[in-house]
Design a protein around this ligand. Structure first.
Ligand code: NAP
Length: 322
């Protein structure tokens, strides 16, 4: 009989409020509007609670946490600024042990390269990267002492491997998230604690719809997405649930793109594969191959297999974790 893997486990989700990410995009596009949307962390916290987890929801804004608890009063809110190292470690202590952790909180401060400010670099790295190290250390140290297994998912972005206008520091933090993920996977694997990341494309929350529903504006990004659509919040939540669960028991150190965009390194590699390699991915033409999810998955696996068989990369597809 299938038992519920999540039942009775404690899960922690950071950034389980909502707000800053798209607010900045909206401001950039000089749109002022009211919106109500579930952030990725908020939706994830609600989903994990439904699955039977005791959920610890971390966020910075008390009002956002109150709103979350009003949707599910089993969720335990922890209001802390994750850029504060000591306060974060202190705040999580009373909730241990935590076997499932999703490091989702992040900020996006966007600026042209020449305008980047010191304080913004610090804020971005402190929230998007340093907090992952800080919180995971505390949770993992406890799991190791108790000899309990665990699963951690870090929320990265397609920005980790892309060049996006005005995104220099944000992209750098997400590339760091993937690097931290690989190294955590290497060191924590022997303790049966798996660590993976997800790399979503644009996620269509209500705010996302406002920012990207203009057909002309969306066309540029959509043309790079073979599925020709943006992600919904659930398109990110469900792969995270899978990575947390025992269904992904041998997946460790992976950065999972949601989805691969056509200028992703894996896609660029498609252009450089030999004719034989390309025939694995393409049936009619290169163009058709890029539009088919099935072919892209095939290409992705073939690409990883090829590089791994040449002993070039580890599971993440970008560097060795030996
Ligand atoms: P969001 O709605 O802006 O939510 C971000 C969350 O992080 C909020 O709950 C916010 O807290 C929290 N947070 C920010 N700074 C914090 C701090 N110092 N301490 C504690 N919590 C803090 O973002 P989202 O769009 O759901 O994105 C979630 C994740 O997905 C992020 O890692 C983002 O980089 C990634 N991502 C998003 C997209 C997209 O298109 N949306 C695409 C790729 C990747 P409060 O609400 O309490 O202030």
């Amino acid at each position: 009989m299938d038992t519920n893997f999540f039942q009775g486990k404690t899960a922690c989700v950071t950034g389980a409020g909502r707000g800053s990410f798209f607010l900045i995009i909206i401001t950039l596009h000089e749109r002022s509007c009211c919106f109500e949307t579930l952030g990725i962390g908020q939706a994830l916290a609600l989903r994990l609670a439904k699955l039977g987890c005791k959920v610890i929801a971390i966020s910075k804004t008390e009002a956002h946490l109150k709103e979350l608890v009003s949707m599910d009063n089993t969720i335990r809110p922890v209001c802390v600024d994750l850029s504060d190292w000591a306060a974060t470690k202190n705040a999580i202590k009373e909730h241990l042990p935590i076997q499932l952790l999703v490091n989702n909180a992040a900020v996006a401060i966007l600026d042209p390269f020449l305008n980047i400010k010191l304080e913004d670099v610090d804020t971005l790295f402190n929230v998007n990267v340093r907090s992952i190290i800080c919180l995971s250390q505390e949770i993992v140290r406890d799991l190791i002492e108790r000899k309990l297994p665990g699963s951690i998912v870090n929320v990265s972005s397609q920005a980790s491997a892309a060049a996006l206008k005005d995104h220099t520091v944000y992209c750098a933090t997400k590339a760091s998230v993937d690097a931290v993920t690989r190294n955590m996977a290497l060191e924590l694997g022997p303790h049966q604690i798996r660590v993976n990341s997800v790399q979503p494309t644009v996620v269509l929350t209500d705010m996302g719809r406002i920012g990207w529903s203009d057909e002309k504006k969306a066309a540029g990004m959509l043309s790079k997405i073979p599925l020709n659509k943006f992600a919904e919040v659930d398109d990110v939540v469900e792969p995270i649930i899978f990575l947390l669960s025992d269904k992904s028991g041998m997946i460790n150190g992976v950065g999972l793109p949601i989805v691969i965009i056509s200028n992703h390194p894996l896609m660029d590699t498609a252009q450089n594969l030999s004719l034989d390699d390309q025939s694995l991915a393409a049936t009619d033409s290169d163009d058709n191959a890029l539009k088919s999810l099935e072919n892209i998955q095939q290409l992705y696996l073939h690409f990883l297999f090829k590089l791994r068989s040449e002993n070039i990369v580890g599971a993440s597809g970008t560097s060795t974790i030996d």
